[in-house]
Ligand binder design. Structure first.
Ligand code: FHN
Length: 484
């Protein structure tokens, strides 16, 4: 009996293996296709927005971000102590009394504020749009909101800041997007989470306040092209899928064509940016903050922009810019890379408490602008060129044409720039963008692969070579494949 049992125990695993081997097919082990979830408050569109307003947004290439508010007055320093965190967060750092911070309103008197000068700086840099903080997390409103006392109207300055900015940027032909932090540290109804009945009642009041302020902003500044939301990550707001969705639709109805990114609202399962089916919520992906995608697959076919600080992580004015400060060429390269991957690049400015833009930012705007004056054709209204990236830099393509730009950041010693084209495509002519009369030598080196020759040893800054693709100029040569 015992022996029989032992034998059986040995046979059972073999038997099971045999049965499994015969029953499990390749289909069974293939990844299970996820069922689409029915969502009421998920994304309301799959794919890019095709309208004119969004086409214009897509063509901006380069933008400016402005972080300005009460935090610019301490500029990252409190009672002689420098804080390493982002200067615009100083109210939340340990040892800063909230009420003392809030009373900075009585010191807000930016005598050197000049909206036209800000717009002129953006114009000089080549920015096509600006995103301006109307209210950051501290809750201080740069416009005279009638729904709170915590505004410019009650500061020594008294006047609206947003209106002259919108007017000045509009006049300069630069589109304005209004930044708005939903999280509001000053409002008594704001909660990080809703745990009690009292929280719930307080937050209901806060939601109405938020709605009122957003409608007020769109009514006061009707030329604004979009709303840039922030401070939407806390549990309290993530739980408001229905409210936020309805509010977004109300805002879109009030200003048809308005552009709202993926940061405003979560779906009913609390998923942000991408809904529970993986579809982008909003008009463009707003998650590229202080980082860039590496390859086109990273952006999943969506519109996107990258917002970037000049030092490591300072948006508001910080007297002590520590660590690595990005140079104009680094910022230009980020702009080129963004456009080459179908996005826009937005450089942040943190004006001083007195309203002046710091000299380092003015200098960067000038240097970037000098480069843009010669090369912006390769940035504006350009898109992903669908070409293999090469070591010398980035490709962009003029939207709606066959004109390709090579934005060169690393020059090969032999002066030969490799270009790989898709099958059945050739190059009709190549020239430096700054000197279109000079025709560059094109050498076919294998099927659909070329060297464009440009001896430019004196290059001290990134430059652009252009060429046109031509389906009539495809190779007539037969390249023998190796037999290996
Ligand atoms: O906390 C803010 C930060 O201060 C800054 O405004 C940036 C800009 O994208 N947004 C938040 C962090 O994601």
């Amino acid at each position: 009996m015992k022996k029989n049992q032992q034998r059986l125990l040995k046979i059972i695993p073999l038997l099971l293996l045999f049965i499994y081997g015969n029953c499990v097919t390749a289909q069974d082990i293939a990844p299970v296709k996820k069922e689409k979830i029915n969502l009421v408050h998920g994304a309301h569109r799959d794919g890019k927005r095709p309208d004119e307003a969004m086409k214009k947004w897509r063509g901006y290439g380069l933008g400016q971000f402005i972080h300005w508010g009460l935090y610019a007055i301490p500029g990252g320093e409190w009672n002689g102590k420098t804080y390493n965190g982002a200067a615009e967060w100083i109210r939340s750092w340990d040892g800063i009394p909230k009420s003392t911070y809030d009373s900075l309103i009585y010191k807000f008197n930016p005598v050197n504020f000049d909206a036209k000068a800000w717009a002129a700086t953006a114009k000089q840099m080549g920015a096509k749009y600006v995103t301006i903080t109307t209210k950051h997390h501290d809750g201080f409103c740069l416009w005279p909101s009638k729904y709170t006392d915590y505004t410019v109207a009650n500061s020594p300055w008294k006047k609206d800041i947003i209106k002259p900015l919108v007017d000045a940027y509009d006049a300069a032909g630069i589109d304005v997007i209004l930044y708005f932090s939903v999280m509001d540290w000053n409002h008594p109804g704001w909660r990080y989470d809703i745990k009690t009945e009292a929280d719930s009642i307080a937050f209901e009041g806060f939601k109405q306040f938020t709605r009122n302020q957003l409608i007020e902003l769109l009514t006061l500044y009707p030329t604004a092209k979009g709303l840039w939301f922030d401070g939407t990550w806390d549990k309290s707001w993530v739980k408001q899928a229905a409210f936020a969705d309805e509010l977004e639709q109300e805002l879109r109805k009030l200003r048809p064509g308005i552009i709202i990114g993926s940061r405003f609202r979560a779906d009913e399962y609390g998923k942000r940016h991408f809904d529970s089916n993986g579809v982008l919520i909003g008009d463009y992906e707003q998650g590229w903050e202080r980082k860039l995608p590496e390859k086109i697959a990273d952006v999943h076919g969506n519109d996107w922009d990258c917002v970037m600080t000049v030092p490591e992580n300072q948006w508001g004015y910080n007297k002590a810019w520590k660590g690595h400060i990005k140079t104009a060429f680094e910022l230009i390269e980020m702009t080129a890379k963004s456009v080459s991957l179908g996005g826009n690049f937005v450089m942040n400015f943190g004006p001083q408490g007195d309203g002046a833009i710091r000299k380092e930012e003015l200098q960067l705007a000038k240097e970037i602008g000098d480069w843009m004056k010669v090369n912006s054709e390769a940035i504006y209204n350009c898109e992903y060129a669908v070409l293999d990236k090469q070591d010398w830099g980035y490709f962009t393509k003029k939207t709606g044409s066959n004109k390709i730009y090579m934005l060169v950041f690393n020059t090969p010693i032999n002066g030969k720039y490799r270009v790989k084209l898709p099958a059945k495509m050739g190059i009709s002519m190549a020239a430096p963008l700054s000197n279109p009369g000079v025709k560059l030598k094109i050498e076919e080196i294998k099927a659909n692969e070329y060297f464009i020759e440009f001896n430019n040893p004196s290059a001290k800054q990134p430059f652009v070579i252009t060429f046109e693709t031509d389906t009539d100029k495809k190779s007539n040569q037969n390249y023998e494949k190796a037999k290996t």
